[in-house]
Design a protein around this ligand. Sequence first.
Ligand code: HEC
Length: 132
Amino acid sequence: MKPYLAALIGATLLAGAALGSSQAGAQGTSIFTSAQVAAGAKTYAASCSKCHGANLEGVSAPALRGAGSGLAGDSVSEAYKFIATQMPAGNPGSLSSTEYTNVMAYILSRNGHAAGAAHLTPGSASKSELKV
Ligand code: HEC
């Protein structure tokens, strides 16, 4: 094998290892469960999607994921407090606290965060400095 090829393969393996460990890190900081994501997907479809889009892409309201997301750079605590007090627009505060935490879990999942063992609560959501 030519030396440069070996170096290339070595670099690729290293990058793969780094990616693997950063994914493990993301799982280590998980703050919501997959059951919350599943329930939140239903609440989102019923109460949020008509303005924010079925795919969170934004329609009459800002996108909630990807490039141009209104939540880019926001912490979970900022996002959660805004959602729980201001959304759904036109009927703010109309969902239960369980529905708000579930919808927050769903939005985090759609932004690439992994579910885990921890259950998201209004208390933990209001304190979390995790970036959406
Ligand atoms: C009737 C339309 C409508 C519905 C339904 C609605 N929103 Fe919104 N939402 C808006 C509009 C318009 C804005 C932007 C205005 C503002 O920031 O107050 C917004 C802003 C937001 C933001 C802040 C985004 C940013 O750019 O800062 C979040 C987060 C959000 N909505 C989440 C939700 C969630 C979660 C639901 C469902 C529980 C929901 N919205 C339901 C219209 C809606």
